[in-house]
Design a protein around this ligand. Structure first.
Ligand code: GLP
Length: 263
């Protein structure tokens, strides 16, 4: 695993956007580049920078297919807290050459969640898998909506949200955790770790325990993000604030080994 430590949130986002852009540009195959995407506050700076590059003609999304990680169950597209709405508002609406038919987001209004999730996995497979999955994590280490004790080999399916997550996400629902949907559709940990590359953003003091568990802890379903340790090509991009629970040795090790940071 690589851990790329940046001074602050802005630099972390810039590094991640440059990394994603380099991967898309390097993709020379006929089939599209398949990009997995998250919601949340963590990726917003990355989306802004990727959209800027796209508008400036520095990066094309014409040959990119996207799959989002998750969606609340029971929220229609037009709900301003649906992840469909978030993705269009924060990213897709700002791209000049993203094809709408190449955007894939789980349908939170589906009448058959199991079929919706199975079809999503099949569609990812039909493209030959995800080339790069960008992600964020929750304060309890959840990756997508894979809460603690979700199987590390889980596939796309329905997830019950913990009270903790509904309290944290309540800030987007007028501060009321009860208004946060109790269930979501989410890719599995196995879906994410099947990707050729995984890039996880971890920013801020409130993620420090999750970062330490991801990097220094044992691989455990208690911290589902720790599954990254078993991936052959996983990167965590983080900021200084998130490093507060790493041991000094670990922190110095990654600064040392990444001193000539590769994109
Ligand atoms: C939600 C999403 C996760 C996301 C997490 C962290 O729970 N389902 O995919 O990683 O929030 O969000 P933030 O980046 O706002 O801390």
């Amino acid at each position: 695993m690589r851990v790329v430590i940046q001074d602050d949130y802005g630099k972390m986002c810039k590094w991640a956007a440059d990394h994603i852009a380099a991967a898309i540009r390097a993709h020379k195959e006929d089939r599209p580049f398949v990009l997995g995407l998250p919601t949340g506050s963590s990726p917003i700076g990355v989306y802004k920078e990727l959209a800027r590059m796209n508008q400036a003609g520095e990066l094309s999304f014409a040959n990119v297919v996207t799959f989002n990680m998750d969606e609340y169950l029971g929220l229609p597209h037009e709900h301003d807290q649906s992840y469909w709405y978030f993705m269009h508002d924060n990213f897709f609406d700002h791209l000049v050459d993203m094809k709408p038919e190449n955007i894939n987001i789980l349908n939170g209004m589906t009448e058959d969640p199991e079929a919706e999730c199975a079809a999503y996995e099949a569609k990812i497979a039909s493209y030959g898998g995800v080339d790069l999955f960008l992600g964020g994590i929750g304060v309890d280490g959840h990756l997508a909506f894979n809460e603690p004790f979700t199987s590390l080999s889980s596939r796309t399916g329905v997830r019950n949200l913990t009270t903790d997550t509904r309290i944290v996400n309540g800030r987007f629902f007028g501060g009321d955790p009860e208004k946060v949907p109790a269930q979501a559709l989410s890719v599995g940990i196995g879906t994410v770790t099947d990707s050729k590359e995984v890039l996880i953003l971890i920013s801020g003091h409130n993620k420090a325990r999750a970062l330490a568990a991801s990097v220094e802890g044992a691989v455990s379903q208690k911290w589902t993000c720790s599954a990254l340790q078993l991936h052959n090509n996983a990167i965590i991009a983080c900021d200084e604030a998130a490093c507060g629970e790493l041991t000094v040795d670990t922190y110095k090790y990654f600064l040392d080994i990444e001193r000539n940071e590769r994109l």
